[in-house]
Design a protein around this ligand. Structure first.
Ligand SMILES: [Fe+2]
Ligand SMILES: [Fe+2]
Length: 272
């Protein structure tokens, strides 16, 4: 897309100061446009990859009913991804290329989704923790974004995320009723809690809202899903290295998303 219609930084700021929302690309400055594309990519990728990540665990649902709720959550997530990618298309991004041609390593979702959820219990904890994290971050975006189309779209996203995290919290409460459920829950929480904290990125002093009483940041052994807390804290550089290398399921989950399009193209070619 040509960038002829973009505004100057001053014109953009003047609009924001008048408390007017940014409604389209021709209200944006080059810096605003790039920033918006970057944050929308993180949001869209996170929603998209949560679908295969949750599906990996949904197949362990204990009943048809619970499988149904998991699938409806997955459907919501694909809808959320669609919203964010659709907004990016209006900003001139080739979203087909972004979704289907991008190297899995260049997707921008939290590392947590690269670590497989292998049971129904882990899916429940993911709904309680990961969806809560997403809900918190998107609530922040909703409050502070000046991009009107995204702000309005987040009203629907917010309602659905509330359903997801309730699904998680109610599920955890139910599992916690007997000893074996409690133990299994604790085992999941042991590896999933800190991955959720990492979701919020590198802490600066302003961002320290909670207290963490173990080594953090820390090394994580993704193969066995265990924190090496006995080694003491690591540096954020170590964490960045782990995030950049991506985790065990990165290629598989992105592959699940990209495979459908390739199969469809192959079918169309055969017909032609
Ligand atoms: Fe979502
Ligand atoms: Fe969600």
């Amino acid at each position: 897309m040509s960038t002829t219609a973009l505004q100057s930084e001053e014109a953009l700021l003047a609009r924001i100061r008048k408390q007017q929302l940014i409604e389209s690309i021709d209200h944006m400055s080059p810096v605003y446009l790039e920033g918006m594309k970057r944050i929308l990519t993180v949001s869209a990728d996170t929603e998209l990859i949560s679908a295969p990540a949750y599906y990996h665990a949904a197949v362990h649902a204990p009943s048809l009913n619970t499988f149904g709720s998991a699938i409806s959550i997955i459907q919501d997530e694909l809808g959320h991804a669609h919203i964010a990618y659709r907004l990016m298309r209006d900003l001139g991004v080739d979203t087909d290329e972004l979704i289907f041609e991008r190297d899995p390593h260049n997707f921008k979702y939290p590392y947590a989704f690269d670590v497989p959820l292998d049971s129904w219990i882990e899916l429940i904890v993911a709904n309680a923790f990961y969806d809560r994290a997403g809900y918190t971050l998107l609530g922040d975006v909703y409050e502070s974004t000046t991009f009107g189309p995204w702000k309005r779209a987040l009203i629907k996203v917010d309602k659905e995320e509330t359903f997801h995290l309730r699904h998680g919290e109610q599920g955890m409460r139910k599992l916690n009723q007997d000893n074996s459920g409690h133990e299994a829950l604790q085992e999941a929480v042991d590896w999933m809690f800190l991955l959720t904290v990492e979701w919020f990125g590198l802490p600066d002093d302003l961002k320290k809202h909670g207290e963490i009483d173990c080594a953090f940041p820390a090394h994580f052994d993704a193969r066995v899903k265990r924190w090496l807390l006995e080694d003491g804290p690591c540096t954020w550089d170590d964490v960045m290295k782990r995030w950049k290398a991506r985790g065990p399921k990165n290629e598989e989950f992105v592959g699940m998303v990209q495979r459908g399009k390739r199969e469809m193209l192959r079918l169309l070619e055969q017909e032609a």
